[in-house]
Write a protein that binds this ligand. Structure first.
Ligand code: AP5
Length: 221
C-alpha cells in the first residue's frame, strides 16, 4: 500500500502512522521527523531548513521533493509506505505523482484526518516527543509510564520548539492556505478517504483500520 496521510498540525498523523506502519508492515516516512534529524547536524542543509521549521513555515518544495524521492526508492519501500506530512503543497503532490507514475505504482489512498483548531492546539500544547527515537506522547491522553522518559528507548522527552502556541496557530494558517487545497486534488482522483480525528486515539485507529484492511487484502493496491 502506498499511503498519504493528510491533516492539520495535531490531527494525530504521527500517532496513527506509527500504528499503520506496525500493523501493515510498511515504513513510516515523516518529513517532519526527517527535518528534525537534519537540524541536529551542523551543515549547509541544516542551516537552510532551520529558519523554516522553527518559524512553522514550509521548507521549499525542491528540497522536500528530493529528500522524499530518495527515501521512497530505498528497498524497504518495495511493499509500499506511509507518507506523513508529505505532500503539503500542490507542486509536491504533482511531483509525487510524477515519481510514482514513472515507477508504475500510484497512490493507494490519501487519508484525511480532520480535527477542529481547538483540538489541535490543545493536543500540541501537551505533546512531548522523544529526542532520540521521536516517539510521540501526550501528557493526558497518551502519557509515558515514567514522567519525562520514553517507554520505547528510555530517551528524554521534550517539547518541540514549534509547539509554542503562537507557532502552532501560524502552522495552522499555513496548513489552511497551502495544504488544504490538496483535499480537492485527491478527491478528484477518487483516492481521498476522510476520518474524524477528534475521537480518542483508539476510536480513530478503529476507523483507520476499517478503511485500510480492504486495501491491504487487495494485492494490486
Ligand atoms: P510535522 O512534523 O509534519 O508537523 P505537523 O504536520 O504540523 O504535524 P504534527 O507533528 O504537529 O502533528 P500530527 O498530526 O503528527 O499529530 P501527533 O500524532 O503528533 O512538520 C513540522 C515542520 O516540518 C513543518 O512546520 C515544516 O516546517 C516542515 N515540513 C514537514 N514536512 C514538510 C513538507 N512536506 N513540506 C514543507 N515543509 C515541511 O499528535 C499530536 C498530539 O496529540 C500528541 O501529543 C498525541 O499523543 C496526541 N494525540 C494524537 N491523536 C490523539 C487523539 N485521537 N486523541 C487525543 N490525543 C491525541
Amino acid at each position: 500500500m502506498r499511503l498519504v496521510l493528510l491533516g492539520p498540525p495535531g490531527a494525530g498523523k504521527g500517532t496513527q502512522a506509527a500504528r499503520i506502519s506496525a500493523k501493515y508492515g510498511i515504513p513510516h516516512i515523516s518529513t517532519g521527523d526527517m527535518f528534525r534529524e537534519i537540524l541536529k547536524r551542523d551543515d549547509e542543509l541544516a542551516r537552510k531548513v532551520r529558519r523554516y521549521v522553527e518559524a512553522g513555515d514550509l521548507v521549499p518544495d525542491e528540497i522536500v521533493v528530493e529528500i522524499v524521492k530518495e527515501r521512497i526508492h530505498r528497498p524497504d519501500c518495495g511493499r509500499g509506505f506511509i507518507l506523513d506530512g508529505f505532500p503539503r503543497t500542490i507542486p509536491q503532490a504533482e511531483a509525487l505523482d510524477e515519481i510514482l507514475e514513472a515507477d508504475g505504482t500510484p497512490i493507494s489512498a490519501a487519508l484525511y484526518l480532520w480535527v477542529t483548531e481547538d483540538t489541535a492546539v490543545m493536543r500540541l500544547s501537551r505533546r512531548r516527543v522523544c529526542e532520540s527515537c521521536q516517539a510521540v506522547y501526550h501528557l493526558d491522553f497518551n502519557p509515558p509510564r515514567s514522567p519525562g522518559v520514553c517507554d520505547r528507548c528510555g530517551g528524554k522527552l521534550v517539547q518541540r520548539e514549534d509547539d509554542r502556541e503562537e507557532v502552532v496557530r501560524h502552522r495552522i494558517r499555513v496548513y489552511r492556505e497551502q495544504t488544504e487545497p490538496l483535499l480537492g486534488y485527491y478527491r478528484e482522483k477518487g483516492v481521498l478517504r476522510e476520518i474524524d480525528g477528534n475521537k480518542s486515539i483508539e476510536q480513530v485507529w478503529e476507523d483507520v483500520q476499517r478503511v485500510l484492511d480492504p486495501l491491504a487484502e487487495c494485492g494490486d493496491c
